[in-house]
Ligand binder design. Structure first.
Ligand code: FCB
Length: 463
């Protein structure tokens, strides 16, 4: 099964769990402001309180320890550290992350800190946000302030979370903060600034830490799956995963090739045409500052097949295909093909920095939260990941999304991704069955994944 040093973790992000948005000097984020727009968030929800993790971090880390987590991926809220985005540091904000990091270390949990998980300070958005050419410098300032404080204890850093989602949803179609609908050219120019921020951020994190650290980047892993095991379908799926065939921002190579020194892909420059950003060779040097690992957030994939002329055709799902509370198809093989192909292309250690299931979990009358579908989901996906590793993908760890039920952006609180159920009225936490099961997975280094889960399925036993 999984190697003994494979890292088992779970993830969350600041805006989705912390709450306390106007406590102890925190500035506003673009999500605080966006959530006030009529109809922006399902159910009229907002992240003002969320899981109140800001006040409950110690208890939450204790729960992580009960699950046996080896690593915890969290993000640092930029407006909590720099309320105006740049300039004056809010010491109370940094002190909070001190507490989180120290609690993790005391519990034997390795912290993985993400610098940007979409919660830009509104003060910077008011100056143009990522469209502003100074945005990479703003990001560097933020990295330096954070790493000066935490760099003696945090060894694993992630610059950015999912630029594809932030730009597609936040800047092109506008259903995420900052809620913009910019022309594609402007979106891609802002995206270019973010990639520059990444490269400069990597250098700043290393330099500020002043000791060996591991720095990575966590885009979405977009995966096409072969409809059959025919070699032409596998080739079509691989081309779909590692190519760009239309203007869609959801692709891998535009957001990964430059990071790994390959420049912007030819395919991308062709499909974006005049909308491609303005950049120089010097920019590409900055963006390709070497990193230590690639994080991939992978949940779902499309199924494709090859037409007779080799063209890639998107297949339909059969009626009633397994799906989640987000209406995302359940496609465990994404954790086979995605890490394999991406690992082959970039030859870099990979962590699955997010993967998980949204369900509509609630405590039963006896108080227990039974979530057999999450267990089944994780079992299926992790078995595929194990197969990918067996076939050569260099995957070093897995972070389940998410440790807690939380504020799922525009979808509000309805979809529940957590291993831990959160009652948002009382802030009561309940470990779901999946958390207890994940404990066994971790303790056995994945060995229990090959057990059939028959104890929960008497009818299977009878058959
Ligand atoms: C990813 C985000 C994460 C969470 C999951 C479900 O796109 O990075 O914050 O919302 O999806």
């Amino acid at each position: 099964m999984f190697a003994k040093d494979f890292i088992w973790g779970a993830a969350a992000s600041a805006q989705q769990i912390e709450g306390a948005v106007s406590v102890d000097g925190r500035g506003l984020s673009i999500w605080d402001v966006f959530a006030e727009r009529e109809g922006a968030i399902a159910g009229g929800d907002c992240a003002d309180v969320a899981c109140d993790h800001y006040h409950r971090a110690a208890d939450d880390v204790a729960l992580m320890q009960r699950i046996g987590l080896q690593a915890y991926r969290f993000s640092i809220a930029w407006p909590r550290v720099l309320p105006e985005g740049v300039g004056q540091v809010n010491d109370a904000g940094l002190a909070f992350y001190d507490r989180v990091v120290d609690a993790c270390l005391a519990a034997g949990i390795t912290p993985f800190a993400t610098m940007f998980h979409w919660d830009l300070p509104q003060a910077l958005q008011d100056r143009g946000g990522w469209s502003h050419p100074d945005s990479p410098a703003w990001f560097v300032e933020f990295c330096v302030k954070v790493v000066s404080r935490l760099g003696d204890r945090v060894t694993n850093w992630i610059t950015l979370n999912e630029p594809q989602v932030h730009f597609h949803h936040g800047h092109l179609i506008g259903n995420h903060a900052p809620g913009l609908q910019l022309p594609l050219a402007d979106v891609l120019q802002a995206g270019h600034h973010m990639l520059l921020a990444h490269g400069k951020g990597v250098a700043a994190i290393r330099e500020t830490a002043g000791r060996p650290v591991q720095v990575g980047y966590a885009p979405v892993g977009c995966v096409c799956l072969p409809e059959s095991i025919k070699s032409e379908d596998i080739v079509a799926a691989r081309d779909g995963t590692l190519g760009m065939h239309d203007e869609n921002i959801f692709n891998n190579i535009w957001w990964m090739d430059p990071i790994f020194g390959r420049g912007y892909p030819e395919d991308g420059l062709r499909v974006y045409g005049d909308n491609a950003p303005k950049f120089t060779d010097a920019d590409l040097d900055i963006i390709s500052e070497p990193i230590d690992f690639l994080g991939l957030n992978i949940y779902q994939g499309h199924r494709v097949r090859a037409a007779d002329d080799g063209e890639i055709i998107k297949s339909r799902w059969e009626p009633g295909h397994m799906s989640t509370a987000m209406h995302w198809p359940v496609t465990p093989e994404v954790l086979y093909w995605g890490p394999r192909w991406i690992s082959e292309r970039y030859q870099v250690p990979i962590y699955i920095t997010e993967n998980g299931l949204a369900n509509l979990d609630w405590p039963a009358l006896d108080g227990r939260v039974r979530d057999p579908q999450r267990i089944d989901f994780m079992q299926r996906y992790l078995l595929e990941l194990n197969k990918a590793i067996g076939d050569g993908a260099d995957v070093r760890g897995y972070f389940y999304w998410s440790i807690l039920d939380n504020f799922e952006w525009a979808e509000g609180y309805r979809p529940r991704f957590g291993l831990i159920h959160v009652d948002y009225l009382t802030q009561r936490r309940t470990l779901k069955d999946s958390a207890l099961w994940y404990h066994k997975v971790i303790a056995s280094h994945g060995a229990v994944l090959s057990d059939m889960l028959i104890e929960d399925h008497p009818q299977v036993q009878d058959a």
